[in-house]
Write a protein that binds this ligand. Structure first.
Ligand code: NAD
Length: 345
């Protein structure tokens, strides 16, 4: 029987998770929530996803019908027909929502805007799928942490030890945001280290990692500049690291000079050309000609499509929590095959 999935918060991440879930043959969307009858409701109607109100308030629920949308009830009604809820609300409202999920007796998944301390468990597919099998709730870590985990976990698995310093060059806002910035400044995050690197240790505590971050006026992607110290006797070369990543799930390695994909603008154009919905790129993009292993020091750059790298991870996390697939690679293969049948041109 298909796993019944609710999406609480049908915004940037929520609408993408809904479609990725809808593409799978072992799960179905039983409803999505909107706070009010705004334009995102039209998308839910087109997709045939039942709309529920974020609140149980009768007046707020009836506002949907007044705007011409069928609303099936409040959040409690949705939780009553679901096996698991993927919370895609804006960061920091999680604690109040978690209490509702626990009261409803269903499993829950939060996103990276929430703190590990609130969820007490975090998730990325490659780092700790098995530890999340059959648990009641988890947090899919942020887009940056997911990106770091994708390339660092295979390296750690090979080396058995890893020390990392990295700088996150962060997009200022998502393309659909009109109230964030900077629009003409470079803004260092004046909290050192930034939370991004240490957040990797919530899914892979064995990786020693620190980060700094700076926000720049772009909406397309984040870019990471990474320096990793490998242990003596690592046995790797620049080429074997590149091969390792090419053989790891959800990493694309391309040569910038040869392909002409030398900035995040071309990476995003490439994603649009291959027909990904919303122009998304679920994979982490590594520039082959930006990778250099010098002795024990590995240098590389990677680009992260902030709105989408976490999407397939949410699907794998659902399988982990519901206990239907304990092998992370099997889940990843299933998730990605279903998404690609649904997605590509
Ligand atoms: P968003 O603002 O685009 O969407 C959030 C949605 O939740 C909106 O539709 C909003 O109306 C709704 N909402 C508001 N209050 C709510 C509540 N109390 N309960 C339920 N829903 C509520 O935000 P987003 O970018 O989709 O971010 C969602 C989560 O995903 C955050 O934790 C964020 O940190 C994380 N995340 C975002 C990105 C990104 O680039 N946008 C990447 C990775 C992770």
């Amino acid at each position: 029987m298909a796993i019944k999935v609710a999406i609480n918060g049908y915004g940037t991440i929520g609408k993408r998770v809904a479609d990725a879930v809808d593409a799978q043959n072992d799960m179905e969307i039983v409803g999505v929530t909107k706070t009010r009858p705004a334009f995102g409701c039209d998308l839910a109607v087109r997709k045939n996803y039942p709309i529920y109100c974020t609140y149980d308030d009768a007046e707020k629920i009836s506002a949907f019908a007044e705007s011409g949308y069928e609303c099936h009830g409040g959040l409690s009604d949705l939780l009553a027909v679901a096996d698991i809820v993927v919370d895609c609300s804006p960061g920091k409202v999680g604690a109040a929502n978690k209490a509702k999920y626990e009261a409803a007796g269903i499993k829950w998944i939060f996103q990276g805007g929430e703190k590990h301390a609130m969820t007490e468990r975090s998730y990325t597919s490659s780092a700790n799928h098995m530890e999340n099998v059959n648990v009641n709730g988890t947090r899919v870590v942020s887009c940056n942490t997911t990106g770091l985990s994708r390339t660092l976990v295979p390296l750690y698995n090979h080396c058995g030890q890893l020390k990392v310093e990295c700088t996150m060059i962060r997009r200022a806002a998502d393309p659909g945001d009109s109230n964030k910035g900077p629009i003409n400044a470079i803004k260092p995050v004046l909290q050192v280290p930034s939370h991004h690197g240490p957040d990797v240790m919530t899914v892979k505590p064995e990786i020693e990692i620190n980060s700094m971050a700076v926000a720049v006026p772009t909406t397309l992607m984040h870019c990471h500049s990474i320096v990793a110290t490998l242990p003596e006797g690592h046995g790797l070369t620049t080429n074997s690291v590149i091969e390792m990543w090419k053989n790891s799930p959800r990493i694309i390695v391309m040569n910038g000079a040869q392909t002409g994909i030398s900035t995040t603008a071309e990476v995003m154009e490439f994603a649009r050309d291959i027909g990904r919905k919303w122009g998304d790129l679920h994979e982490i993009f590594v520039w082959e000609d930006g990778v250099k292993l010098d002795g024990n020091t590995l240098y590389y750059f990677q680009a992260i499509h902030q709105e989408s790298d976490v999407i397939p991870e949410n699907v794998d996390a659902i399988r982990a929590l519901m206990g239907t697939e304990s092998d992370w690679k099997a889940s990843v293969a299933k998730t990605d095959a279903a998404i690609s049948r649904y997605n590509n041109l």
